[in-house]
Design a protein around this ligand. Structure first.
Ligand SMILES: Cc1ncc(COP(=O)(O)O)c(C=O)c1O
Length: 467
């Protein structure tokens, strides 16, 4: 990867000025220095991490928490709005926001109050509360789909949407995009390698080779999509309208119009996973770009981080479901979850949709993301870095490639693990948390212009040290 990057960083034809080459030895030295600073400034987190080794597998509550830049994860004391404080007393601007779970800002008062009230009045019952209707009606308006159901996670909402698609089409396969991420959905941990579908690197204990369940194509390749669908065995396309988990990859103009036509021509459903792309606006990309998917999935931020997610469908899909799922079997059909649709989840979703994920807040958040982009662009230009920055609504991300990628393979090829870790640790040591595992920043209603400028200055300083 390092030599690939260095090759890439050589002068590109057509550019007036040579692109900058990053000195890897310098990068390594800087990382060492930053790691020392991190360790010196986070003794309480270190102690907790040491103690955690004796009770938590790998010393963390969830395995990916080990992957943060730095010697160990920062343990959190409190979080509110766009900031959090760690157990060592440092305050951070949070541009990660729980990887979208807290895109609403941490613990919005209105949601906390609604949830606290609901918790005093019954948490889970196996029976509906009126909040569910409010949420269904709100989602109808946002996404234009008439019928909704609830789960605890976006992963489950995706899994159940896939099951429904398989059931009503009576087809075995699903189609996803190379380097997609839709949560821990078995079928989606697949990639296409020299034309052959197989498990994605790191796929832990796949139940079967995903080639049996999944077709994988590159984003923005309509010929490949046509090819993959024309065998008439694909139940659904599960897609983020813009890819957000391998950098931000925007669809080509007209891509979704044709993709949707192809899906329908070959009898497959289009499921839009808007869990991250909700950043585009109150109705996600489905509303912004008039996508008209057959199903929509929306999790994470929908309840300000209180576990909950939703999936919705068209009238036609609803009728086809009704024709196939029988009352006597509906509790053991593989779609469910005892706590799904519980009263607290729904109270959180209602308060979030009514008061936080509003058009007015989106407007503010999106203008901050524009400011973030402008700042990063200026740093890239000043330092002649072969990077680019992309934005989708209130989400922005910089990538180590001169041009924005058009598909997952292109984006993944430009990844630089060491450089990314340095930039994350550098920012963390100066009070800014970026989304781990890529260079993503998300805005919440409480993010301020000063927060964004602070990130820009930190990136400027990192770039000038690196170059
Ligand atoms: C697009 C998308 N869909 C679904 C999920 C799964 O969400 P959860 O982990 O809350 O189930 C994620 C998680 O990052 C995601 O990025």
């Amino acid at each position: 990867m390092i030599s690939e990057l260095n090759n890439f960083l050589e002068q590109k034809p057509g550019r007036k000025t040579a692109m900058r080459t990053i000195d890897r030895a310098k990068l390594e030295k800087l990382y060492e220095r930053e790691e020392k600073k991190f360790v010196a400034e986070h003794p309480r987190s270190a102690a907790l991490y040491g103690r955690a080794q004796r009770s938590l597998l790998g010393g963390v509550p969830m395995n990916w928490m080990k992957k943060w830049a730095g010697a160990y994860p920062v343990f959190v004391e409190t979080a509110k709005g766009g900031r959090f404080t760690c157990v060592d007393g440092h305050e951070y601007v949070d541009l990660c926001l729980g990887d979208t779970g807290a895109m609403t800002g941490h613990s919005p008062d209105v949601v906390v109050e609604a949830v606290a009230k609901r918790m005093r009045e019954g948490i889970t019952l196996m029976l509906p509360t009126e909040d569910a209707l409010f949420v269904g009606e709100d989602l109808q308006k946002r996404f234009g789909l008439p019928y909704w159901q609830f789960t605890l996670t976006a992963t489950d909402a995706n899994r159940f949407s896939i099951r429904i698609a398989r059931e009503i089409t009576q087809r075995p396969k699903i189609l996803v995009y190379h380097y997609c991420y839709h949560g821990t959905v078995d079928e989606s941990f697949a990639g296409v390698y020299e034309g052959v579908v197989g498990p994605r690197r790191g796929n832990i204990g796949p139940p079967v080779n995903p080639a049996e369940t999944t077709r994988v194509v590159e984003f923005n390749d309509l010929n490949a999509l046509d090819d993959a669908l024309k065998r008439h065995d694909v139940a659904c396309i599960l897609a983020e309208p813009a890819m957000t988990n391998v950098g931000i990859i925007l669809p080509d103009e007209g891509y979704w119009k044709t993709a949707r036509e192809l899906a329908h021509r070959y009898g497959a459903l289009l499921i839009a996973d808007e869990t991250h792309t909700i950043c585009a606006g109150p109705g996600g990309c489905s509303a912004e770009w008039k996508l008209e998917p057959d199903m929509v999935v929306f999790g994470k931020a929908i309840g300000s981080g209180i576990p909950g997610a939703a999936y919705g469908c068209t009238e036609e899909v609803a009728q086809r479901i009704g024709a196939r799922i029988h009352l006597e079997d509906c509790d053991v059909g593989g779609i469910g979850g005892t706590l799904a649709g519980n009263a607290v989840s729904l109270a959180a979703m209602r308060a979030t949709l009514e008061h936080v994920l509003t058009a007015q807040n989106f407007e503010k958040m999106i203008s901050l993301a524009v400011r973030f982009n402008d700042g990063v662009c200026a740093v890239i230009d000043q330092n002649r870095l072969p990077w680019n920055v992309q934005r989708l609504g209130c989400r922005a991300e910089y990538m180590f490639h001169e041009k924005p990628p058009r598909n997952g393979a292109e984006s993944a090829a430009a990844a630089d693990f060491e450089l990314e870790r340095l930039l994350h640790l550098y920012a963390l040591n100066r009070g800014v948390l970026l989304t781990p595992f890529h260079n993503m920043a998300l805005m919440c209603p409480e993010t301020t212009a000063e927060d964004i400028d602070r990130h820009t200055e930190i990136l400027r300083s990192a770039a000038s040290e690196l170059c």
